[in-house]
Design a protein around this ligand. Structure first.
Ligand SMILES: Cc1cc2nc3c(=O)[nH]c(=O)nc-3n(C[C@H](O)[C@H](O)[C@H](O)COP(=O)(O)OP(=O)(O)OC[C@H]3O[C@@H](n4cnc5c(N)ncnc54)[C@H](O)[C@@H]3O)c2cc1C
Length: 412
């Protein structure tokens, strides 16, 4: 209650995505505030609906806050502690208490057992209704201005002015909100895309779309980033978890270089170059009469093996006994230190996120309140926080909005 007016504290949550919706529910369930959720679009939760290919990858089954925080190229340090307050275990419990069971896939991603994002949408809507969140769509906001009496004026395009005691910004990567925040004195780190595939035009992978390597080490040498994981050849280059995670790590540098740099692929991570060389040489001893073409080494997919032999002019008719030291060197290099030129950024339709946003230094992650303007709070992708693919981005939305709600509730 506002002690002067005896009225509940008025909170505006701007942005009806995962962070705003969850934050509004958490604030309203505290029973101290009247909460209005303002969404500029026609619908709430539009990204949740299409997320995870329509299945919604709600979170990740990584329950250790320290390990979990390592999945965030931007925000690791701050989220390490935030996850102690509200982590995947809490997300799982929160949904479970509302009748939504989550299942874990072999790679740790968690989805509703219904395999439908509608389940998540319905739960959030029911809960918002139950705790009395006022839901407003098509709210074209013209400006948000802090007033001298510590209140906030939200001016709508229609000219109408609304007044609130606190404002939670959960506007995702909406440029307008960043402009208002800049005008209030916040630093916005330039937004650039994260989570994408690499465009690579190279004879070694031409027409091999669909070919997968279970484990490869992919590195952006120029920027010093590496990632081990499954690698997939696509029509336009490389994709798969290793590439997507690497794109997140190098999102800013790749953008600045116009997505033009060198990718190194070690198709045999865990083995030293010398070991690989010896292992190939051993084939010569063991099977001198066999065709090199017919005996891919170390689990390298046959089509890729044949392709690199072809490219290095190692004839299909050549047997292991004819392997020259030059061939041995070329094969070893190709398998452990393959260099590919990235010439652009490809699409990844399952998940997409923006790197950049409100500077983390200007936010107190214990409350998610701004250190620049008191009374405003942040949650979700509006911040310079983003995770790799796998449910980490929604977990950031649930965690930061939960903490923002507690921050607001403890301040009133
Ligand atoms: C196709 C796709 C699939 C994805 N799948 C997954 C997944 O399975 N798992 C996962 O963890 N992550 C996934 N992500 C990432 C995840 O969706 C985002 O990280 C998450 O939605 C961020 O939540 P948010 O609430 O911060 O922002 P958003 O979801 O972007 O919500 C922000 C909301 O604010 C509104 N808004 C913006 N500006 C204003 C304004 N000025 N006034 C009023 N309203 C405003 C927007 O219209 C929007 O509704 C996916 C992303 C995409 C694009």
């Amino acid at each position: 209650m506002n002690p002067k007016t005896g009225q509940p504290i008025k909170v505006a949550v701007i942005g009806g995505g995962a962070a705003g919706f969850f934050g509004a529910i958490q604030i309203a369930s505290g029973g101290k505030c009247s909460v209005t959720l303002l969404e500029k679009g026609k619908q709430f939760l539009s990204k949740v609906k299409i997320s995870g290919g329509g299945r919604c990858n709600v979170t990740h089954h990584c329950l250790d806050p320290e390990l979990l925080s390592k999945h965030y190229p931007r925000g690791e340090r701050e989220l390490r502690w935030a996850f102690e307050t509200f982590g995947p275990k809490d997300t799982i419990r929160w949904y479970e208490e509302r009748g939504v069971l989550l299942k874990t896939e072999s790679d740790g991603r968690m989805f509703p057992v219904t395999d439908s994002s509608e389940t998540i949408l319905q739960t959030l809507f029911q809960e918002a209704k139950r705790v009395g969140v006022r839901l407003e769509t098509e709210m074209e906001i013209h400006s948000v201005i802090p007033k001298s009496d510590s209140k906030f004026e939200i001016k709508l395009k229609s000219g109408k002015i609304l007044e609130f005691d606190k404002v939670l910004f959960a506007t995702g990567s909406g440029r307008k909100a960043w402009n208002w925040l800049e005008a209030m004195g916040h630093t916005i780190l330039d937004p650039v895309p994260s989570l994408f595939t690499f465009k690579i035009s190279d004879r070694r992978i031409d027409d091999l779309s669909g070919l997968a390597f279970e484990k490869a080490e992919c590195s952006l040498l120029e920027f010093g980033y590496s990632q081990i994981g499954p690698l997939l050849i696509t029509h336009w280059g490389f994709s798969g978890p290793a590439i997507l995670k690497l794109s997140a790590k190098g999102a800013r540098e790749l953008f600045e270089k116009g997505y033009d740099t060198t990718l190194r692929v070690n198709f045999l991570p865990g083995m030293k170059k010398e070991e690989v060389r010896k292992r190939i040489e051993k084939e010569k001893e063991l099977h001198p009469a066999k065709l090199i073409n017919n005996t891919p080494v170390l689990g390298i997919p046959r089509r890729y093996w044949e392709r690199i032999l072809e490219i290095h002019s190692i004839a299909a008719s050549k047997t292991w006994s004819g392997l020259s030291s030059k061939d041995l060197h070329l094969l070893t290099e190709e398998l452990t230190d393959g260099r590919f030129r990235i010439s652009g950024k490809g699409e990844f339709k399952d998940e997409f996120v923006t790197c950049g946003g409100v500077s983390r230094k200007e936010v107190n992650f214990k409350t998610m309140e701004s250190r620049v303007v008191s009374g405003i709070y942040f949650a979700g992708e509006v911040l310079d926080v983003d995770g790799v693919t796998g449910g980490f981005n929604f977990q950031n939305a649930w965690t930061t909005s939960y903490i923002a709600a507690q921050g607001i509730l403890s301040s009133v």
